[in-house]
Design a protein around this ligand. Structure first.
Ligand SMILES: C[S@@+](CC[C@H](N)C(=O)[O-])C[C@H]1O[C@@H](n2cnc3c(N)ncnc32)[C@H](O)[C@@H]1O
Length: 254
């Protein structure tokens, strides 16, 4: 288990950003939930890995036969079960599971999705049916790079091989037959400095789990004021404070 990440997500216990005011401008048209919709129907059996507090899947996942949504944080799953009460018609079950130790039998899912979480391509391959689909959206070193450069640190900032390259390679080696990788570009505009600060305090954008020994990791609770001001001055626009998101999407067929 990734001890640092586990402790971090357990302490947060939800992945809810509704209190932070920002708008998103999509610069590319790849959409994670649209891709899932295009590849499922009302009979599909789906698995969503690293689902957080279920906030996104409850709101955005298309209607499928059954969605099993898992996370290794018990706090996240407790939150997800609470959140699910607001969606009584959604065919969804939340369960505790480590993405790196998938416990489902082979050849059962029509589609496996994973958004902003770690994957093991071979284990996903095994639990997908023949012609089953893998859809992932990920974050790597170039996300918010302007901010990371000012702070000289951040999520995956010092990675020699980017997570997207590694995922692509692992997916290929796992045996998937058709693999498409795309770059996803989005501009987010944060209404106030407090909104951007709230994002940085809640997410690991300025952290790097892998650079700390297990149990030594501490989430940066302090964001250096001077550096933050420097970023805000440079990226303040009429629409808000700009944060350039650079994500990647991968769709693969078994
Ligand atoms: C950035 S959040 C993304 C949540 C959700 N997928 C979304 O897009 O809103 C990452 C989630 O992955 C979970 N996670 C990280 N490593 C995991 C692992 N090895 N097994 C299961 N869940 C994991 C965390 O607990 C957290 O809930």
């Amino acid at each position: 288990m990734q001890e640092n990440e586990f402790k971090y997500y357990e302490s947060i216990g939800n992945w809810n950003f509704t209190d932070i005011k920002y708008i998103t401008e999509k610069l590319t048209n790849w959409d994670f939930y649209e891709i899932i919709k295009e590849n499922t129907n009302q009979k599909s059996l789906c698995l969503d890995l690293g689902t957080g507090g279920g906030e996104k899947v409850l709101e955005k996942y298309p209607n499928v036969g059954m969605l099993i949504a898992t996370d290794f944080s018990k706090e996240m799953i407790t939150t997800a079960k609470k959140n699910a009460k607001k969606y009584p018609d959604k065919k969804i079950k939340f369960a505790y599971m480590d993405n790196l130790k998938i416990t489902f039998p082979n050849n059962i899912f029509d589609l496996v999705s994973a958004r902003h979480t770690i994957i093991d391509a071979k284990q996903i391959y095994n639990c997908l049916k023949k012609n089953g689909i893998l859809v992932i959206e990920g974050i790597d070193k170039n996300d918010c790079i302007e901010l990371k450069q000012i702070f000289g640190r951040g999520q995956a900032y010092n990675d020699k091989i980017s997570i997207s390259q590694k995922d692509y390679k692992d997916i290929k080696e796992a045996g998937f037959s058709s693999i498409k990788k795309v770059e996803i570009l989005e501009n987010e505009y944060y209404k106030t400095e407090e909104d951007l600060m709230a994002l940085l305090l809640k997410t690991p954008i300025l952290d790097n789990f892998s650079e700390f020994e297990n149990n030594e990791f501490e989430h940066y609770k302090i964001i250096e004021k001077e550096l933050f001001k420097k970023y805000v001055q440079k990226y303040k626009t009429e629409k808000g404070i700009l944060l350039k998101r650079r994500l990647y999407g991968i769709v693969a067929i078994k």
